[in-house]
Design a protein around this ligand. Structure first.
Ligand code: SF4
Length: 374
């Protein structure tokens, strides 16, 4: 399928699907790790990189290795992938890292590679929760592991925080986050626990907290993290000034991104595409030289809706000038009626050239956005 090279900055997501073991709450695409499986996968990934070479000739704005557990790649395997790419001087290059894979040797070798940001799958600083989540690290080990990362010279780290776990007290959220603050990350991403069909905890019929309870936890985590000097810049993301995730901002601003690896989804306007999550089907597609598998051609309306849906996740909101520049019409005219209604009930706010969710609208963002665009 022929496709224009995008005019907005291009980002790249690379999916590495292997994990050492399967966590009971996980419904991501993840497969058991072996060295030979990883090597076979990398051979396909290198072919796929070549397929998209004309897009990758232009320097990238950001690169993100996600998974699965991409920290199962060796630094030389990471370098082997990055050798085929170019990027801007200021590009953010992130690797998701499993806490148990943080060793002095690994992080110091990693620092010699172009990786300049680590996103750590911490999830909790409470050992009982970590055990329930089937995570193998212990809270007490984390200060020393973070020290290894700092000693190696990394200045930009993000910690995942999971909320909405069963049997949690609000005071547990506060206590847990206070332990996070001692690790002094530049960025925190909060995730609401969901037990999708197929994951082990779902099969066990685990009871999850109700909406009121989850909303109370969400408010508490926003309060504790922002009281500690972080800026909430997206519904679930917090950063020290200037440390917002550049790669995720590309998603929320609907900039273009290529996605490589099994199950990865990309956005090269007007095409959304997704690689197969069956490994063999992914390998076959790559061997056949297929570009943009499972492509959906998005018409102008769908592109506008996606832009609104993603842009309203940002606390700053949607820049009305950018909307007009992209779509050639005024957002406030196109959606005049629902915007008025949602403003009146206090879910949306207009501030100069930005349209944003109100604080009350943040927790019920999906309903507000559906009301706006449907
Ligand atoms: S939660 Fe992360 S580490 Fe655990 S199985 Fe899923 S992808 Fe792998």
């Amino acid at each position: 399928m022929g496709q224009d090279i995008p005019s907005t900055p291009l980002s790249l997501y690379i999916h590495i699907p292997f994990c050492l073991s399967r966590c009971g709450y996980c419904s991501f695409f993840s497969l058991p790790y072996s060295q030979s499986a990883m090597e076979e996968y990398l051979r396909a990934l290198h072919i796929e990189l070549k397929l998209y070479q004309s897009y990758l000739d232009k320097p990238l704005a950001s690169i993100y290795f996600g998974g699965g557990s991409p920290s199962l790649l060796s630094p030389s395997q990471i370098n082997g992938i990055l050798d085929a790419l170019t990027w801007n001087e200021t590009a953010e290059i992130t690797l998701e890292i499993n806490p148990i894979q943080i060793t002095a040797q690994f992080v110091s070798e990693l620092k010699q590679s172009p990786i300049n940001r680590l996103s750590i799958g911490l999830q909790s600083m409470d050992d009982a929760q970590l055990k329930w989540l089937d995570r193998r690290h212990k809270a007490d080990d984390m200060p020393a592991r973070i020290a290894l990362i700092r000693d190696a010279g990394f200045k930009n780290i993000s910690l995942d925080f999971m909320y909405g776990l069963p049997n949690d007290e609000l005071s547990d959220v506060t206590r847990n986050l206070e332990a996070y603050m001692k690790l002094n990350p530049e960025h925190i991403s909060a995730y609401l626990l969901c037990l999708d069909e197929g994951c082990a905890r779902h099969e066990q019929g685990i009871y999850l907290p109700d909406d009121d309870r989850v909303e109370a936890e969400y408010s508490k985590l926003c309060e504790v993290i922002t009281d500690n000097g972080y800026v909430q810049y997206e519904i679930s993301n917090f950063a020290r000034q200037g440390r917002e995730s550049q790669h995720n901002l590309a998603y929320w601003k609907s900039n273009s991104y290529l996605a490589l690896g099994a199950s990865a989804s990309g956005w090269i306007p007007p095409i959304r595409y997704q690689n197969h999550s069956n490994l063999q089907a992914y390998y076959n597609n790559v061997k056949e030289g297929m570009l943009f598998p499972n492509a959906v051609h998005c018409d102008a309306k769908r592109q506008e809706e996606d832009f609104i849906m993603m842009g309203l996740r940002l606390l700053q909101g949607i820049n009305l000038d950018v909307y007009k520049q992209r779509f050639g019409r005024e957002l406030l005219d196109v959606y005049a009626k629902p915007i008025d209604k949602l403003k009146q009930i206090g879910m949306l706010e207009l501030d100069g050239k930005y349209l944003r969710l109100s604080r009350a609208g943040l927790f019920v963002s999906n309903s507000v956005i559906s009301e706006l665009i449907l």
